[in-house]
Design a protein around this ligand. Structure first.
Ligand code: SF4
Ligand code: SF4
Length: 375
């Protein structure tokens, strides 16, 4: 494993962090119920092979991710890692609710204190709640009480708000969505560089853009295949090549992915991306821009829809229809396999989903496009 500097204390953390929002799901289970046994096995494999940064959050897996992480960190594993979780910014309506939420998280994780605590999913609407309930003063108080070691925020809005948030406090860490298809999305390259200048450690999420960059579709996939390069390796090493990046989180869903990511992280480092690698990435980016009209990361923040529309699945079919444009008939067949209540046609245009989408997608407009192409 390669290690990189983290926070002003310059502690050493692994280039690869284990993101705990996409654990394998329990077969025959309902909803987002994780396969706890397999998730614990994967987490411990990663830790045994040098991964020392574990990232979870209150809402992941319907609230069960923190519990699974707590179990994985028993038997001496807790001491081997930097444990990060996130405060559910949208949950409290009064300052008196802040302490009980943190206590609930500590209890689930089975720990007395957290190494990293991030105010989750800062975007314009939630930033108001952060200010109203004085959450930054509160996290600092909790730090003084010894419950938190480092504090920061995770972010899903534009660069201007990113700069405002970064400048308003002496943060240790910020977590941004970033990958080679999204240099100008949200905080973007500008945000990464700005945090780097200020000495704030940057944690990267969605490095594979919800798995799209691991199995790149259509022309993009063809471009990478022709080069003979591994798409996951390229996407992750593109990030690790940047000195401002501290840790890259991967939301691993299988033991196979865990083994592969650990191997790739072992040969990561600033300056390890060749001119040939860069050329392939540029070509893949151009192909991607051309072929996928809806930039959905499948994060599911928009769910549940009150009318049961499975928004990310509809977009997946829609994007596939573009990527496989020579075979729209096949796409219609695949779309028809989506249960009827979950199809785009059931959207009432209430708009509830759009305020929750970190990508700020015009979901209602895109759903209408799905209906007209596939419905
Ligand atoms: S706008 Fe449509 S998809 Fe979004 S929450 Fe409302 S009904 Fe569901
Ligand atoms: S539509 Fe937005 S919130 Fe919903 S899964 Fe896609 S990116 Fe996430």
């Amino acid at each position: 494993m390669q290690y990189r500097s983290f926070t002003k204390d310059k502690i050493q953390i692994s280039a690869l962090g284990f993101g705990c929002m996409r654990f394998p799901l329990l077969k025959g289970g309902t909803g987002e119920k994780p396969d706890e046994k397999e998730a614990v096995r994967m987490l411990r494999y990663a830790i045994d092979h040098g991964v020392n940064y574990i990232d979870t959050a209150a809402p992941y897996h319907g609230g069960e991710s923190e519990t699974v992480v707590g179990k994985a960190l028993r038997d001496g594993y807790r001491e081997k890692v930097i444990l990060a979780t996130k405060f559910p910014t949208w949950e409290p309506t009064a300052a008196s609710e802040l302490d009980p939420i943190l206590e609930r998280q500590l209890q689930k994780l089975g720990v007395d204190c957290l190494d990293v605590y991030l105010i989750h999913n800062i975007q314009k609407s939630l930033w108001k709640n952060v200010q109203k309930l004085k959450m930054i003063d509160w996290v600092e108080k909790k730090r003084q009480q010894g419950k938190l070691r480092y504090v920061g925020f995770s972010f899903h809005d534009d660069f201007d708000l990113f700069k405002t948030v970064l400048d308003c406090h002496d943060w240790d860490v910020c977590q941004i969505q970033y990958n080679y298809t999204g240099e100008n999305v949200q905080a973007g390259t500008k945000g990464l560089n700005y945090a780097g200048q200020k000495g704030v450690s940057v944690v990267i999420m969605e490095p594979l853009f919800g798995g799209v960059l691991a199995k790149p579709p259509g022309l993009m996939g063809e471009t990478i295949r022709k080069s003979g390069k591994n798409p996951v390796d390229l996407a992750l090493r593109w990030l690790w090549d940047k000195p401002e990046v501290s840790v890259v989180l991967s939301g691993m869903s299988s033991m196979e992915q865990t083994v592969e990511n650990v191997q790739i992280a072992g040969k990561s480092g600033v300056g390890t991306l060749s001119a040939e690698d860069r050329a392939v990435i540029e070509a893949a980016k151009a192909a991607y821009e051309k072929s996928s009209p809806v930039k959905c990361t499948k994060c599911k923040y928009c769910l549940p829809c009150p009318f049961e529309v499975d928004i990310p699945r509809n977009f997946e079919h829609y994007n596939n229809a573009f990527v496989l444009s020579e075979n729209t008939k096949l796409c219609r067949i695949l779309y028809s396999m989506l249960p009827e209540p979950h199809r785009a046609a059931n959207c009432t245009e209430c708009g509830a989903c759009e305020t929750k989408c970190p990508q700020h997608l015009p979901i209602r407009r895109h759903l209408k496009e799905v209906v007209s192409l596939l419905g």
